[in-house]
Design a protein around this ligand. Structure first.
Ligand code: PEP
Length: 249
């Protein structure tokens, strides 16, 4: 049975006060969840300890929004996988499209980050997805295939259980535009076939959809057979909306 997962990417938003009130809102709403959804809260790194404190004793796991491609050393400003694990994080987002677009992150860099995450027992949430131009030109499947091959080369054996893939069409992130449930399902099915070709136990790998998921579209997306949950940006900054999305799974 694949694990269901909803991950909250708070991005570079908030303040200590906002993070505190968001965490309090989640703590109040979590007991109303009756499904077996796993939850990962991924705040700005400086606030992880605050969120962990507030949500201790809940079912939430925690994660970082990015990790270094290196083990340790003179990399000013970077956070290593070892540090994330040491700080009680179980998840690391890697290859988010904002990092690819704004920070020039390549598939090769993402592959290094995946390797680091595997070395330290983190679950890597590997983000892939095409731009609008690529979708309109009919190359979305090929783009995602290349990203998956590039980012997951070298993953092997038992490491696959620590891989989650998030399909996030770039044109849907933060735009209010969502892939239709049918289009998202088609891409997820394609990704599962690609994962099998890469030697993964594809039927066991959790695949997330991300891109303007909201309380009013989550259920339709999550009803698709190959969509095992969501990576939620904007809507995760409202605890009621996030809980409502978790209930839809
Ligand atoms: C994201 O940043 O991963 C994301 C999916 O954002 P949003 O939900 O705001 O589109």
């Amino acid at each position: 049975m694949r694990k269901k997962l909803v991950a909250a990417n708070w991005k570079m938003n908030g303040s200590k006060a906002l993070v505190q009130s968001l965490a309090e809102g989640l703590k109040a709403g979590l007991p109303s969840l009756e499904n077996d959804v796993n939850i990962a809260i991924i705040p700005p790194a400086l606030y992880i300890a605050d969120v962990q404190r507030e949500l201790a004793e809940t079912q939430c796991g925690f994660g970082v929004q990015n990790i270094a491609r290196w083990e340790q050393g003179a990399y000013t400003g970077e956070i290593s996988s070892a540090m994330a694990a040491d700080s009680g994080c179980g998840f690391a987002l890697v290859g988010h499209s904002e990092r690819r677009q704004l920070f020039g992150e390549t598939d090769e860099a993402v592959a290094d980050k995946v390797r680091q995450a595997m070395c330290h027992g983190l679950v890597a949430i590997v983000c892939v997805g095409e731009t609008l131009e690529e979708r309109n030109s009919g190359s979305a499947n090929a783009v995602v295939a290349q990203q998956l091959q590039g980012c997951l080369q070298g993953v092997d054996g038992a490491q696959w259980k620590n891989i989650v893939v998030a399909y996030e069409p770039v044109w849907a992130i933060g735009t209010g535009k969502t892939a239709t449930a049918k289009d998202a399902q088609a891409m997820h099915k394609h990704m599962r076939q690609l994962l099998a070709e890469l030697g993964a136990p594809a039927e066991d790998i959790t695949l997330l959809y991300g891109g303007s998921v909201k309380p009013d579209n989550a259920a339709e997306l999550f009803a698709e057979p190959d969509i095992d949950g969501g990576l939620i940006g904007g809507a995760s900054l409202n605890s009621d909306d996030f809980i409502s999305i978790c209930k839809s799974l």
